[in-house]
Design a protein around this ligand. Structure first.
Ligand SMILES: Nc1ncnc2c1ncn2[C@@H]1O[C@H](COP(=O)(O)OP(=O)(O)OP(=O)(O)O)[C@@H](O)[C@H]1O
Length: 250
């Protein structure tokens, strides 16, 4: 196996004596769409916070032989790990292109020099193309549709050259069409990246997940394909049971 995977071993996060993440093990492989599901409060966002250095954690989180628990958040970004949050964090008053400029800060010098001579650098053009916003590049991000803002955020990770993308509920609030476009986008960019999606939308999980990890009360309850997860009685009890029942009545 190459070293392009994220390894989580025995990770714990405590908040004033409350154990929000409890001895979590995960191996996130490149080229698979990995989904993290579980009831509210299961610890999904906190786990992503631990990987990106936003909360202190114990245990081991390693990417490309780098120990992330001993790495500062901005260096974690530089080492190729990017994330989105539940609410979009684009700069609404700035254009799509300016948002990508800011996100590509690691490359900024090269771009500034390049801009004077050659216009928009190729990696920004590629990101615009990939997220489908080429024609909207001069638009203020604030006027974009909800789905387009989420795609811009993903574009911002692309220009950062994030090899690992941790996406917190990227399709929340999207129309069915936007969800499908997002799923296709994740498939395209996921073939050469490690992508982890926190998601509540089970229809979306069923359509796009290669691997699903179910969290409950800070622990990994189960891991497998959608079919394996759905057949697991422990998962049905804490989480999918409710969803499956709802699906039966739908
Ligand atoms: N900064 C914090 N201080 C104290 N407790 C926290 C903090 N952040 C999260 N928690 C608690 O940790 C637990 C896990 O929260 P987390 O947000 O990671 O869950 P989640 O699975 O992402 O839930 P949701 O699906 O609702 O987003 C919850 O009980 C939450 O209240």
């Amino acid at each position: 196996m190459n070293d392009d995977y994220l390894e989580v071993r025995g990770v714990c996060v405590d908040f004033d004596g409350f154990r929000a993440i409890d001895d979590v093990d995960l191996t996130l492989l490149q080229g698979r769409l990995h989904f993290l599901i579980g009831p509210n409060g299961a610890g999904k966002t906190t786990l992503v916070d631990a990987v990106t250095g936003l909360v202190p954690a114990s245990g081991l989180i390693r990417y490309r032989n780098q120990d992330l628990l001993r790495t500062k958040p901005h260096r974690i970004v530089r080492s190729g790990i990017g994330r989105t949050f539940q609410t979009a964090t684009v700069f609404e008053g700035l254009s799509v292109l300016q948002n990508l400029d800011i996100a590509g800060g690691i490359h900024r010098r090269a771009w500034r020099m390049g801009l004077a001579r050659r216009g928009t650098p190729s990696y920004v053009e590629e990101a615009l193309e990939t997220i489908g916003l080429t024609d909207l590049r001069e638009r203020p991000a604030g006027v974009l549709a909800h789905g387009q803002k989420q795609w811009l955020e993903i574009g911002m990770l692309l220009v950062q050259d994030a090899r690992v993308m941790l996406l917190d509920e990227p399709v929340a609030g999207m129309s069915a069409e936007e969800r499908e476009q997002t799923g296709d986008l994740l498939r395209r960019i996921g073939s050469e990246r490690t992508i982890v999606v926190i998601e509540h939308d089970m229809e979306f999980v069923r359509s796009y997940a290669d691997v699903v990890t179910v969290m409950h009360a800070g622990k990994v309850l189960a891991e497998g394909t959608v079919a394996e997860i759905q057949a697991d009685p422990r998962v049905q009890e804490v989480y999918l049971g409710r969803t499956a029942e709802e699906a039966d009545h739908a």
